[in-house]
Write a protein that binds this ligand. Structure first.
Ligand code: ADP
Ligand code: ADP
Ligand code: ZN
Length: 222
């Protein structure tokens, strides 16, 4: 649905629990672009017990960011795959100014750029409620919420029948730290993408479909 044939690289911005993953997945299906989620790639590495997964585990458990160098290498590897030639929807990356600059340079080397950075604005209280009830499919990573977006059958993924689980870092104690880390390290990206003329602010404190409609309108306006 992208209006031009230029590759569309978009960055989902927002606090943990703002709805980035939920929205990125829906956009990915509608636009036919891959969803690149750094958190999902880390969790996949953790499941496979790779060296990267083991390195990331401690940081993830504490709700801290994994160091920039390994994170940047990991995401650049993913973006260099053929399916990203027409663009991608990035969710959870970049999370620091250093990551944003690394991404800008890598895209510029291919004559590409980030053309849209929607910020999903959601209050801290709403984010805490969302993370407390978040459930994720073990097999396909689909996202649910026990109250706001429940599966048809308790504990089972609607899409693939997989088992749903609660992320260890969604415990309230870790969530508070993740929010602090967000404001300190990631919130500066809002100013960064504003300065690059690609920031679009969206009220994320509304039903999933209403947020999705605004995101699609923003994509069409690119
Ligand atoms: P959420 O969906 O709550 O925003 P993610 O699934 O994106 O969380 O990330 C989970 C964890 O993975 C983060 O708390 C962090 O430890 C690590 N992580 C994910 N993306 C990045 C990144 N771009 N830079 C550093 N660490 C990251
Ligand atoms: P993020 O990737 O930003 O951490 P998620 O997409 O994982 O956020 O969403 C966090 C939780 O909130 C999930 O349980 C999801 O089902 C739920 N959720 C997402 N968007 C909304 C919304 N607009 N209203 C209510 N709940 C939502
Ligand atoms: Zn599933």
């Amino acid at each position: 649905m992208a209006t031009s044939s230029a590759p569309l690289f978009m960055i989902m911005l927002g606090a943990p629990g703002a709805g980035k993953g939920t929205q990125a997945r829906m956009l990915s299906e509608v636009l036919g672009l891959p969803q690149v989620s750094s958190g999902d790639i880390f969790r996949e590495n953790l499941k496979l017990a790779t060296a990267l997964g083991l390195l990331a585990k401690g940081y993830m458990d504490r709700g801290e960011l994994v160091p920039d160098d390994v994170t940047i290498d990991m995401v650049m590897d993913r973006l260099n795959r053929l399916d990203c030639a027409g663009g991608a929807i990035l969710d959870g990356f970049p999370r620091t100014l250093a990551q944003a600059e690394a991404l800008r340079r890598a895209l510029a080397a291919r004559d590409f750029r980030v053309s849209l950075a929607p910020l999903l604005e959601v209050s801290d209280d709403a984010v805490i409620d969302r993370l407390a009830g978040r459930r994720v499919c073990r097999d396909c990573q689909a996202m649910y919420h026990v109250a706001f977006s429940p599966p048809k059958v308790d504990g089972t993924c609607d899409k693939c029948g997989g088992q749903l689980y609660r992320r260890a870092d969604d415990e309230p104690e870790t969530v508070r730290n993740r929010l602090f880390v967000y404001y300190k390290q990631t919130a500066p990206l809002v100013g960064y993408y504003f300065a690059h003329g690609v920031l679009v602010t969206i009220d994320g404190d509304r039903p999933i479909e209403a947020v999705q409609a605004d995101l699609l309108a923003a994509v069409r306006a690119v």
